[in-house]
Design a binder for this molecule. Structure first.
Ligand code: OAD
Length: 249
C-alpha cells in the first residue's frame, strides 16, 4: 500500500520538510482558493481583493474582506492533519514546516515556528511606514463583503494593511531563503494540500525533488507536483496524515 511505502520513507528520513497549502486547513472549515465551487478565487475576484492595485483603489473593500477572513480563521481549530505534522516535528527534531497559509493553525497544533511564505492574517502593518499593528482583538462580524475602514498607523498616520502577500508582491525574503535552504538539504519533503500552482512558493517541493529528496504528496486531486512525487497519497489530509504517523510511531 502506498501509505506503507510513505511511512517507510518517513521512518528512514533524517531531515524532513513539511510544505503545506490551503488543503491542510480545509477540514478545519477554512475554504481553499481553487477548489471548484468552494474555493475563494472561485467566488471572489482576486484582482479586486488581493493586489496592491485593489488596495490603492478601494482599501475599505480589501480591509473588510480580510477582516471577514480573519473572523473565519479565528473560529477554526486545528485538525488531525495539523496535529500529525506537529507530531512529526516532535519525533524528528530539525523538521521544518513551511506553509503558504495565512492562518495560525500549525502554531495552535503545536508547531513551534512554521515559516509563513505568504504572511499572516494576524500581522497587519502600516502600508506607508511598515510599522506592525497587531489586530485589536477578534474581528466582530463574519459578514462577507462588508466594507471596513482600515485602522490608522499610530506612528505615521498611514492606513494599516493586511499582513499578507498579494499577487504581484515579493515574498518575505528571509522566509523564502530559509524555506529554499531547508528544501535543498532535506532528504524527504511532504507536500500537503496545495495545488502547486503559485510561484515562487511552488518552487519549494521542486527544489527538494531536484536535490534528490523523496517527495510524498497528500492531496485528494492530481496536481502538477504529481510529476515529482515519489509517493502520491490521494485523500484528505486529516485522514491520511494520522494514518501515516500511526505507522511510523
Ligand atoms: P489552492 O486552493 O490552490 O489548492 C488547495 C489544494 O488543496 C488543492 O490541490 C486541493 O485538491 C487540495 N485539498 C482540498 N481539500 C483537501 C484536504 N481535505 N486535504 C488535502 N488536500 C486538500 O491553495 P494553495 O495551493 O494553498 O496565496 O494556494 C496557494 C496560494 O494561492 C495561497 O497561499 C494564496 C492563493 O492565492 C496568497 O494568498 C498569496
Amino acid at each position: 500500500m502506498t501509505v506503507d511505502r510513505a511511512a517507510g520513507l518517513l521512518a528512514q528520513a533524517r531531515s524532513v520538510v513539511v510544505f503545506t497549502g490551503a488543503g491542510v486547513s480545509a477540514e478545519s472549515g477554512i475554504p481553499t482558493f481553487r477548489d471548484v465551487q468552494t474555493g475563494l478565487w472561485e467566488r471572489f475576484d482576486a484582482q479586486a481583493l488581493a493586489t496592491p492595485q485593489a488596495w490603492a483603489a478601494d482599501p475599505d473593500l480589501v480591509w473588510g474582506w480580510y477582516e471577514w477572513r480573519r473572523t473565519v480563521v479565528g473560529r477554526a481549530r486545528p485538525n488531525a492533519a495539523h496535529r500529525a505534522i506537529a507530531a512529526i516535528e516532535a519525533a524528528k527534531p530539525g523538521t521544518v514546516v513551511v506553509t503558504q497559509n495565512v492562518d495560525d493553525l500549525h502554531e495552535q497544533a503545536g508547531s513551534p515556528a512554521p515559516i509563513h511564505l505568504h504572511g499572516s492574517l494576524t500581522a497587519p502593518r502600516c502600508a506607508r511606514c511598515g510599522t506592525p499593528r497587531p489586530p485589536d482583538g477578534p474581528a466582530d462580524e463574519p459578514a462577507e463583503g462588508r466594507r471596513l475602514t482600515p485602522p490608522v498607523c499610530e506612528r505615521c498616520g498611514g492606513a494599516v494593511r493586511p499582513g499578507v502577500v498579494w499577487f504581484g508582491e515579493a515574498l518575505p525574503e528571509a522566509a523564502l531563503t530559509a524555506a529554499a535552504e531547508a528544501a535543498a538539504s532535506c532528504d524527504l519533503l511532504l507536500t500537503i494540500g496545495t495545488s502547486g500552482l503559485v510561484y515562487p512558493a511552488a518552487e519549494i517541493p521542486q527544489v527538494a525533488a531536484r536535490c534528490g529528496a523523496w517527495v510524498i504528496q497528500v492531496n485528494p486531486r492530481p496536481t502538477p507536483l504529481d510529476e515529482v512525487a515519489t509517493v502520491n497519497l490521494r485523500g484528505p489530509a486529516a485522514e491520511i496524515l494520522p494514518a501515516l504517523t500511526a505507522l511510523t510511531s
